[in-house]
Design a protein around this ligand. Structure first.
Ligand code: FAD
Length: 421
């Protein structure tokens, strides 16, 4: 089958690779890179109940979530597909720790503590557990990691009994920069882009050795290289537990996942057309027969056997709110579902969160178990599959389910297409 995947976020890249593994001819058409470059690089399956309590067993809790919220995408996807998707990413990238099925607690870039299903190997030592003593290490030349603030917050978390103190070290990855981004630090520690890897790693290890005390776990911002070598070298040289804490974008840890999947796509001959936007389609009434793709100012018509739509949600512009306040899906004009608001007065800097009594952040497409979008309970097209944050009925950012929805829907769509072969 010739399948075009629209979008190159976690959902699009994962579905494309899974379909390629099944032997399909797969191309990705994408307007830009996806949200992975902005993400923390951890895998959220289900972290917080909407009453605010942390979820311990995310896969087991999916049944209860779905009975409380029948429109949640997990109702169509199923816990088994979510787990299969997370396991697939773990095995495919080699970046992640074991999937025990239990949530772990991860410090954030402000020292709050949040549950997540899976963290990268470089983050495992940072996990928040009773009795740990943390040394939070800020870097003078890196502004996005307020070490003192993080240590103070960690020491106060109600979720575990830990101690934390902070220090700030000096590490200049590129002269004459006064401030550097996490990307520059990662390149310097990797020794790419003309930067001196061994010298930067030695300088970091030297600084850390001079400040760490017996029994402490060092917490550093997640900037310890794009390849795993820099982290393992530094950890081995120090002989002390060192863990990365995700920081705001540009996200080195998110990019590691992106690069692993894009690299695999190249190896498996999945073409990724960047700066290519799907602007329309042809249909015979029940099936999508071709996509209209705009590349460099001209629109071409690409014939397809099936389409996987992984265009993202409101945050990627796939679902838009026009100047009249109407909210719609841009390419196929798919019907949308909305959630009831948690707070009817909620506002953001850009305007109301609640429009016509509905929360715009939970909106998206409703799908059946095959990931086919529905209108009044019937698939809109027989060969259009929707995955990822395009699916409505969830609040991935607050309940922490974004990666679980992306990976689970990727598995569900792949299984559905397998049956049609
Ligand atoms: C800043 C940020 C922080 C987040 N934090 C969390 C979190 O803490 N916890 C959590 O659970 N989830 C979080 N999420 C959500 C989670 O990361 C996503 O749900 C998940 O990555 C799946 O994304 P996606 O692949 O569906 O879409 P995206 O990553 O948004 O990718 C959409 C892709 O579609 C492309 N595209 C869109 N329209 C078209 C078109 N017409 N033609 C061609 N290409 C198109 C875009 O260019 C992009 O490549 C966050 C997302 C963002 C952006």
């Amino acid at each position: 089958m010739r399948i075009v995947v629209i979008g190159a976020g976690l959902a699009g890249l994962s579905t494309a690779l899974m379909l390629r593994e099944d032997g399909h001819s797969v191309d990705i058409v994408t307007r830009g890179v996806g949200g992975l470059l902005l993400s923390t690089g951890t895998l959220d399956v289900y972290g917080w109940h909407n009453d605010g309590h942390p979820i311990e067993q995310p896969y087991e809790a999916i049944d209860e979530l779905v009975s409380e919220q029948p429109e949640h995408p997990y109702a169509a996807i199923g816990a088994d597909a979510v787990r299969a998707g997370v396991d697939w990413l773990r095995e495919t990238t080699g970046l992640f720790a074991e999937n025990s099925g239990t949530n772990v607690l991860m410090p954030t870039a402000i020292g709050a503590v949040r549950p997540t299903a899976l963290v990268q190997n470089t983050m495992t030592p940072a996990l928040v557990e009773d009795g740990k003593k943390y040394l939070v290490v800020g870097i003078k030349q890196f502004r996005d990691f307020p070490a003192q603030f993080i240590a103070d917050n960690l020491a106060r978390t109600p979720l575990a009994k830990v101690e934390a103190r902070s220090v700030t070290i000096d590490l200049q990855p590129r002269k004459p920069e006064v401030d550097s981004t996490s990307t520059t630090f990662a390149r310097a520690l990797d020794g790419t882009a003309g930067l001196d890897g061994p010298a930067t790693r030695d300088a970091l290890a030297h600084e850390l050795r001079s400040v760490v005390r017996e029994g402490e776990t060092i917490l550093l911002p997640a900037l310890l290289g794009f390849s795993p070598d820099a982290y393992s070298d530094i950890a081995a040289e120090l002989g002390v537990a060192v863990g990365e804490v995700p920081v705001p974008p540009p996200s080195v840890s998110g990019r590691r996942i992106n690069d692993a999947l894009v690299g695999l796509a190249r190896k498996m001959r999945v073409d990724i057309a960047l700066n290519a936007q799907v602007v329309g389609f042809d249909t015979d009434g029940s099936r999508i027969t071709a996509l209209k793709v705009q590349r460099a100012g001209r629109v071409s018509t690409d014939k397809v056997d099936a389409v996987v739509y992984a265009g993202g949600g409101l945050e990627s512009g796939t679902i838009e709110r026009d100047s009249y306040g109407t909210i719609r899906e841009r390419v196929f004009d798919l019907p949308l579902i909305f959630m009831d608001p948690e707070d009817a007065q909620a506002k953001t800097v850009t305007g109301d969160v609640v429009v016509d009594g509905k929360d715009i952040f939970g909106c998206g497409v409703k799908v059946n178990a095959e990931m086919l979008p529905l209108a009044d309970g019937t698939p809109v097209y027989d060969n259009l599959y929707c995955v990822g944050s395009l699916l409505g009925g969830a609040r991935p950012w607050s309940e922490k389910s974004g990666e679980g929805i992306a990976l689970g829907s990727a598995v569900a769509a792949t299984r559905a297409l397998r049956k049609k072969d």
